[in-house]
Design a protein around this ligand. Structure first.
Ligand code: HEM
Length: 512
């Protein structure tokens, strides 16, 4: 039987076990794919050569814009298997999201791992957070959990994101990444100290994509059938363990292989050594938590695991490589706004900003109909009155039985109708306040960075200092001094060791 758009001829050839025949996109067989049509053997090429025009014009358009961040990446398919519980409680206590409810229930997933700053084929050994984006194709539509391996972030307000990224991207004049620009920005951004302490330690260069953690980073909510919400943070804990590289180890790999992480994931899956992560969830009641010295909506902070235990909720296994990288991974579009019933946003200011940004950039990067592509389209029911636009491929309301004349709602003529909510209450948080521009008051920018500095092993601390010193050595004196001030606030020894390494005196350090 011909499959999706496959010609009868191709299907017949396959049945007869013959080689599939090359055609153009109009279905015309190609009899000569070696020689262009010319006037005589040595004469000019003729313009009516449709096959050549189609082939070369399509080639000319093979690239779409890269992701503005996270351009370098790879991905795989797999499944999420729920435990039916979150910690010792039934999952339904916290969320009515269907994918969590039954023990053993499997939901297909697509995962894309990435690095942030450089272009599509940049080395995978660079010091950079790693993106960890998961698309769950649930029965209620898609849920995307778009996170990273370091569990926190540099900034806590979405307004600062383009500046952060500009500072880390190559200099617009030289087109070279420049530590002086990075630390110029960071030295004025004390909330980044926690992330910097992770990033310049071996955690900043994961050994590969399998031996790394992941996290949703931002604070979300889970909502149960009674409409009651809790604040949550999501974590992916790798069964493979966590392994980071020293700068020297990374340099050695990079000298012979700049695709090592993509290769590692692909080969592991090909040989049946499927990587696996456990989803663990931290939970807090949905309020301001004045007793804490940080704000639960601040994504530069970790929630201490002794106060907010990591509660297992399921496991994720990656067991299938893409057949085509471009179609399934490059065109994949993940976003923080993509939630299912039972999962919700918090007021985390980064999360709110991200939620606008992802689908906005994807309409530009992939196109207005990016959600019609098989990799992005929910596996279940899709029925909208959205029509047309570039590359419209399906008329999704009509597929679901809608009268093809009716692309509006309400209608009395067999159009689409609103879904009815059954058996659960809406979560309707109460919000009141003056509209203002103000940072969260519990900033506490240094404490967790200092704790991290003290808790890592000696070799990791040595590598952290070495990496910071080597980057800061190339920076202007005022930036060096400002950075040493911040390190000192995190831990006096931290500041002292960086100052000694770059050869400046502590008394010269200043304050923002
Ligand atoms: C306000 C802050 C942020 C903004 C505006 C932002 C914006 C973006 C944009 C525009 C993309 C490209 C998406 C595409 O072309 O498909 C992207 C990708 C990505 N971002 Fe963010 N981002 C922010 C913060 C974060 C944070 C905090 C994390 C980690 C928790 C993160 C993780 C990712 C990941 C993993 C990807 C790649 C997704 C993929 O593999 O396709 N971003 N981000």
């Amino acid at each position: 039987m011909p499959l999706n758009g496959e010609s009868e001829e191709l299907a017949n050839n396959q049945e007869k076990n013959e080689q599939p025949v090359l055609t153009n996109r109009q279905g015309h067989p190609i009899y000569d794919n070696q020689n262009n049509r010319t006037v005589g053997e040595r004469g000019p090429t003729v313009l009516e050569n449709y096959n050549f025009l189609e082939k070369i014009s399509h080639f000319d358009r093979e690239r779409i814009p890269e992701r503005v961040v996270h351009a370098r990446g790879t991905g795989a398919h797999g499944y999420f298997e729920a435990y039916g519980t979150i910690g010792n409680e039934p999952a339904s206590k916290y969320t009515r999201a269907k994918l969590f409810q039954e023990k053993g229930k499997r939901t297909p997933v697509l995962v894309r791992f990435s690095s942030v700053i450089h272009g599509g084929h940049s080395p995978e050994t660079l010091r950079d957070p790693r993106g960890f984006a998961v698309k769950f194709y649930t029965e209620d539509g898609n849920w995307d959990l778009v996170g990273n391996n370091l569990k926190i972030f540099f900034i806590r307000d979405a307004l600062k994101f383009p500046d952060l990224i500009h500072a880390f991207k190559p200099d617009p004049v030289t087109n070279i990444q420049d530590a002086n620009r990075i630390f110029d920005f960071i030295s004025q951004t004390p909330e980044a100290m926690h992330m910097i302490t992770f990033l310049f330690s071996p955690r900043g260069i994961p050994a590969n994509y399998r031996e790394q953690e992941g996290a949703g980073v931002n604070t979300y909510k889970m909502v149960n059938a009674d409409g009651e919400a809790v604040l949550v943070k999501y974590h992916w804990i790798p069964k493979q363990g966590v392994r980071g590289l020293t700068q020297a180890q990374a340099n050695e790999i990079q000298s012979t292989n700049f695709n090592h992480a993509t290769q590692d994931l692909y080969q592991a899956i090909e040989r049946g050594d499927y990587p696996e992560w456990e989803l663990q969830i931290q939970i807090m009641s949905d309020d301001e938590h004045p007793e804490l010295d940080f704000d639960p909506l601040d994504d530069t902070k970790l929630w201490p695991a002794d106060q907010f235990p990591m509660l297992p909720a399921g496991r994720m296994v990656l067991d299938r490589n893409p057949v085509n990288y471009f179609a399934e991974i490059e065109q994949a579009a993940f976003g923080t706004g993509v939630l299912v019933d039972g999962l919700d946003f918090s007021d985390d200011k980064m999360l709110q900003g991200r939620t606008f940004s992802y689908s906005d950039t994807q309409r530009y990067r992939v196109g207005a109909n990016y959600l019609q592509l098989p990799t992005n389209r929910p596996k279940k029911h899709v029925a909208t009155n959205q029509r047309d636009g570039q590359m419209a491929y399906v008329v999704d309301g009509v597929e679901a039985g809608e009268n093809p004349h009716i692309n509006y709602e309400p209608s009395s003529r067999n159009g689409l109708v609103e879904a009815t909510r059954t058996g659960h209450k809406d979560h309707t948080p109460y919000v009141e306040g003056h509209v203002m521009r103000k940072k969260l008051s519990r900033t506490n920018d240094y404490k967790q960075a200092g704790e991290r500095y003290r808790e890592i092993e000696d070799w990791e601390r040595d590598d952290l200092i070495k990496n910071l010193v080597s980057a800061l050595k190339t920076c202007n004196k005022d930036i060096q001094e400002q950075m040493v001030y911040h390190f000192t606030q995190c831990d006096p020894e931290y500041g002292q060791r960086v100052a000694d390494g770059i050869g400046i005196k502590m008394a010269q350090t200043t304050q923002v």
